[in-house]
Design a protein around this ligand. Structure first.
Ligand code: ADP
Ligand code: ADP
Length: 228
């Protein structure tokens, strides 16, 4: 079966300005362990699609399935990585990385040790006792990744996680994030404006057009073109 599925999904935002159609009759499926990139112009519905997959928004029409089950809200099976890291400035790196576990009521000694191993795996072993403002942007994004992975979601949704970084750091992080997620067999959906990043990080690129949520093209990426 599919890990993620959107069936005939439409989404309309309604506010005091009126209604705006963000996604129209979209069909899309992602297999377990597959990495899919969504690219397309600003306003084409990429963030809306991720929010639907995350259970943060509900479709106006159609259905959204996670492992075959309709999405009814945010799920611990789904992790999110965003352009901003949203670290708490008053918490150490280690306590930031553990916050998801804390919220889930799983802040045990074993879980904290797992967080330390994750920080080490992501090249942050010396940073656990430091604070976010002491770290570079690339390091903070690695903390954000550790925080998400600590709760062991099956699915990772990545919304332009590298777009605020310098090119050189961005390329490094593309490799690191991809390797880390693939090693764990995660399923991933990446939203990006950057076609090179989409190709380097995914098995399949879905190109959306200006028309809301309409797929223009799908490209399979040969394994040898991927960066990790
Ligand atoms: P991006 O292209 O990076 O997704 P946008 O500028 O489209 O960024 O959107 C930034 C934020 O503004 C998002 O949280 C989105 O939900 C919100 N937003 C975008 N368009 C509108 C709108 N017409 N009315 C209200 N909020 C909007
Ligand atoms: P993208 O991520 O591709 O830039 P979005 O999903 O943010 O696209 O937006 C898709 C469309 O929905 C755009 O026309 C945007 O203006 C509109 N939109 C997004 N968020 C909101 C919102 N909160 N309220 C109203 N319109 C929105």
């Amino acid at each position: 079966g599919n890990m993620l599925e959107l069936i005939d999904v439409s989404h309309v935002y309604v506010n005091d300005q009126g209604a705006s159609l963000a996604v129209e009759q979209l069909n899309m499926a992602v297999r377990p362990g597959e990495f899919v990139a969504l690219v397309g112009p600003s306003g084409c519905g990429k963030t809306t699609i991720l929010s639907l997959l995350a259970g943060l928004l509900f479709p106006t029409r159609g259905s959204v399935l996670l492992a075959g089950v309709p999405v009814t809200g945010p799920s611990p099976q789904v992790g999110y990585m965003l352009q901003q890291d949203y670290l708490f400035p008053w918490r150490t790196i280690r306590d930031n990385a553990a916050i998801g576990l804390e919220i889930a009521g799983r802040r045990t000694k074993a879980a904290l040790e797992a967080v330390d191993r994750l920080l080490e795996e992501l090249g942050l072993s010396g940073a656990g006792g430091r604070y976010p403002h002491e770290l570079s942007g690339g390091m903070r994004q690695r903390v954000a990744l550790a925080r998400t992975l600590a709760t062991e979601p099956e699915v990772m949704l990545l919304d332009e996680p590298f777009s605020a970084l310098d090119l050189h750091i961005k390329l490094q992080l593309e490799d690191l994030v991809q390797e880390t997620l693939r090693r764990r067999g995660k399923t991933a959906v990446l939203v990006t404006h950057d076609l090179a990043e989409a190709a380097a990080m995914s098995d399949r690129v879905i190109v959306l057009g200006k028309q809301p949520g309409r797929i223009l093209r799908e490209l399979d990426i040969p394994e040898e073109l991927r960066s990790a």
